[in-house]
Design a protein around this ligand. Sequence first.
Ligand SMILES: C[S@@+](CC[C@H](N)C(=O)[O-])C[C@H]1O[C@@H](n2cnc3c(N)ncnc32)[C@H](O)[C@@H]1O
Length: 302
Amino acid sequence: MPNTIAAITTNVRSFLWNNLPWLGNFVRSIKGNLNKFEGGTDHVPSQVVDVLERYSQLIGDRNFPVTGKVCLELGTGNSPDIAFLMLLAGASRSIMVDTEPFMKVPFQEGKEYEELVSYLRSIETDRIKFPQLTAHLNGVDLNEIARRLEYVNYDGVHLPLPDASVDIIYSKSVLEHVREPAQLFQELRRISKPEAIHLHIVDLRDHFHIKDDNTVNGNWLEFLEYDEEAWARRCVKTHGWCNRLRLPSWYPIVQESGFAILQENIVRIPLPTQSLPDTIKSVKDLDAAWWWVLLQPQGSKT
Ligand SMILES: C[S@@+](CC[C@H](N)C(=O)[O-])C[C@H]1O[C@@H](n2cnc3c(N)ncnc32)[C@H](O)[C@@H]1O
C-alpha cells in the first residue's frame, strides 16, 4: 500500500510539473522554499569539517602538502571557509570561482572565521589530513589571512586563470550543477599544473528530494523522469537544476579531458521504493548517490 501511494504521488507530481509548472512554484512559494539555496555548507563550522573529512578520506595516506600551493575552489556558493583554511595551512593563493555572486558575507574580515577556528580547536582533528590544519590554529592573524582570499564570478566555462597555473582544485556539490561539464573539464585540465591534484565531491541525487539532514525522501531519482524542458520548468526560480548525469557518464568526460582517477569513493543508497520507468532502470550504477573523486592530469609523475 505505501508503495502504491508513493507511485501515485510521483506520477501526479510529474504530471503537474510537465503540464502546470506554475502550480508547483506556487505551492513551493507557500511552503517558503522558493529560491532556497540547497546543498551548501552555509558557513557552518560542523558542515565545513564534514566536507574536510570527506576530502581527507579521498586523500588517504598520500602526502598532500598545501604550503606554497595555488588553490582553486570551484563553486564556492556562500561558504568561503575551506578556501580560508587553505591559506591558514600555508597556500600561496586561494581563489574561489562561482557562476553566481552568492557570497554575501564580508568574507575578507577575520572575524568571519573566529567561530570556525575555535570549533576546529575544540574537536579531534586527527581525521582531517587536509589541509594539515592543526599546526596552524593558534596565534595567527585572521584578518591578514582573510584579506588574501580571492573571489571571482565567471561564465561557468572559461576559467579566468592562465594555463598550468593551479596546484589544487576542489569542489563539493558543484559538478552536478555544471551546464557544460565536458567543456569545463577541458578548462580544468588547461589551468592544472602537470602534477595538480583535484578533489571533487559530486551529489548525484535529485536535489528536490534532499532533506535538511542531508538524507533523501521519496523518489530521489525522480528528476530522471522529466524531459529537458519539463526539468527546466521544474527548476524555475530554484537552485535545484542539475545536469542529471549518472556516474557512468562522468568517466569519459574526466578521461577524455586528460585526467586519471587516482581514487574514488562511490556512496550508494537504496533505490527508491517507487517503480522506475524501464528506460531508467537499465542505467548502470543507478544507486550511486555520491561520487567522491581524486584526479590528476594523465602522465603525472607523482
Ligand atoms: C549546491 S551549491 C554548492 C556550494 C558549495 N560548494 C557548498 O558546498 O557549500 C552549487 C554551486 O555551484 C555553482 N556553480 C554552478 N555551475 C558552476 C560552474 N560551471 N562553475 C563554478 N561554479 C558553478 C553554483 O553557483 C553554486 O554556488
